[in-house]
Structures are given as structure tokens and as C-alpha cells.
Design a protein around this ligand. Sequence first.
Ligand code: DAH
Length: 346
Amino acid sequence: MSLPSSPDFAGIHTRALAELSDAKNAPAMQAWRTRYLGRQGETQKLLDGLKSLPPAERPAAGKAANDLRKALEEAWEKQAAGGGSEAGAGASGVDVTLPGRPTPSGAQHVVTQTLDRITDIFHRLGFALADGPEIETEHHNFDALNTQPDHPARDEADTFYLNLPPGPHGRWLLRTQTSPVQIRVLEKRKPPIKIIAPGRCYRRDEVDATHGIFFHQVEGLCVGEGIGLPHLKGVLEFFFRELLGEGTKVRLRPHYFPFTEPSFEVDCSIPGKTFRGKEWLEIAGCGLVHPKVLRGVGVDPEKFTGYAFGLGVERIAMVRHGIPDLRLLYENDVRFLKQFAAHGAV
Ligand code: DAH
């Protein structure tokens, strides 16, 4: 048996360079690198094999193996940096043969889509858009809306008060409803007024399938001469039919809100749909603006009357799309949100 002799370093070198120049794209170059320079690659095997050579040959073979490795490293670097133009790596080092990276396009969140749909319908009915701050005063959120100091909604346990010195309008809080926008608008402008005010509200609620600590409402306010219940009912009927379908029925059920008199809850019935086995779903609050509210902002209730309503946007999104749990809307799971994107992207 003959002793193992030094490997054919020159032969390996030539073969490796030939294969490298054939590696025309990044995956092929990577495969080449693994084959020759990887941890179990050919140059490593040569180095591992040195032990089995006759001791006299080891130093020269060791040097040759290291030189080879270095030469191959350099050849690879050169090609990766654009030396081998045919490999697709241009002078910039960009491999133009790689497939492009798709840029995911965004889509509107289902709550934003619902809000847009709602505002669109009210625009057609002649409502203008109004806005108010999310950090409100106790006065605008409660007092001016005829909500007495002992009303449960004002409790620390129900409302997020801010740790700020009270201003001329009392303590600061995160608004619990969009109704204070009614006051903000009436303070600035005289009737006739016909606005909607979409926005975010906050409450100290236990989070569950139908409650969150923040949610969106759309407030509506119409004040003018001779405005009454028929106008309110007509607007709501038109709105809900446009939103939920032709056959949708609307009913007003007597209720209590401090800032309207009389007050109602609005229920909808949608053909072919039930809500926990029931035909009617409670979907909004409304009423005729309380004379005290009008008087408080300097509007004469003998001359002007009006109606107001408030809708919960998440609830409407849930009804429209059959979403069973409010929390799904805000967990930001793209797999869930994607279903509502118009073009399948999020
Ligand atoms: N702000 C009420 C709420 O958050 C909803 C509401 C009810 C608004 C009646 C109105 C209204 O404008 O007239 O529960």
C-alpha cells in the first residue's frame, strides 16, 4: 500500500475557478462557496487530511492548502463584488438576476372602511364634517350635556381623568362619547347646523367581546327652525337602509339620555339576519336636543329645535361583516384584517 501523497492543489484550484465562473447567479455562487469554502467543503477537507500525510510533506502541503483557500476566498469575493459580470452581479454588487422583492401594499382597516362608508352616506344627506378634541373638559363632556355630577358615567371608575390641574371648564378627561362635539360646534356657530362628528372615545370598561377601552362613535346634530322627530326618523331610516341593505327596518325605542328629550334607542332589523337569536339589534342612541343644552350655548329653544344621534362604529363593522369579537379588530393580526381589504392586501 502506498502512502497517501499530497493532493493535486493546482488541479483543484483550476476546477474551482472554472466552476466559479460558471456560477451565474447568487444561489449558484452560494452553492459554490459551500462546496469549496464551507465548513465541510473541499478546502476544509484538505486541511483535515494533512494529518494522514507523511510528516515531511505536511508543512508544504499545509501551506499549499492555506494558499488555495485564500485564493478561492479572493476569487469569490471578487466575483461577488462584480468581478464576474456574467454572474449577474453588476459593478454595484447588486445581483440583477435575483427575483424582485414584492412591496406589500397596504389597505384600509375595516373600522376605517366602515367610518368612510358612514360619513359618505351622511354627506349625501347634507351633513358637514365636524371635529373635536379627544382630551375634553368635564364641562363639555358632561355638564353642558346636562349630565349631573352624580351621574354614574362621571365616576372615576368609568372615565379616564387626566392628572392635570383643572382649567376653567373643570377637570380634563379622555372623552367618553363624541357628544361634546355638539357643544363645541354650538359654541362656535349659530343654527342652522347639520353636522356629523366621527371620532374616538375612551371608557374604563372591562375588555370583552363587545367592550373595549376605546372605540369609535359618529355623532350627529341637526339644529334649525322646525326640526323634529320626523326628520330624525327619516334620516336614520335612509342611513341604515343605505348601510345595511334595502329591507332594513328601523325602530325607535324610548330610552333616557341626559342631553335629549325625548330620547330613544335605535334598533335595526335586517332581513335574514338574527342577533343572538333576536330579530332586533340595538345600534344607536338618539333624541331631540334638550332645551337646557341649547340654552347653555346661547341658542333660544323657543326658536330653534334639533335632533342628535350617536352610533357605535365597531358595532356596525361587526354587524356588516359578521365579526364575533371586538378584540379581533385591534389585535392587528394581518391574517384576520386581510379578509376585509379590497384588493386582498393589507
Ligand atoms: N353619547 C351617547 C353614548 O355614548 C350616544 C348618544 C345617544 C348620542 C343619544 C346622541 C344621542 O347624540 O342623542 O351612549
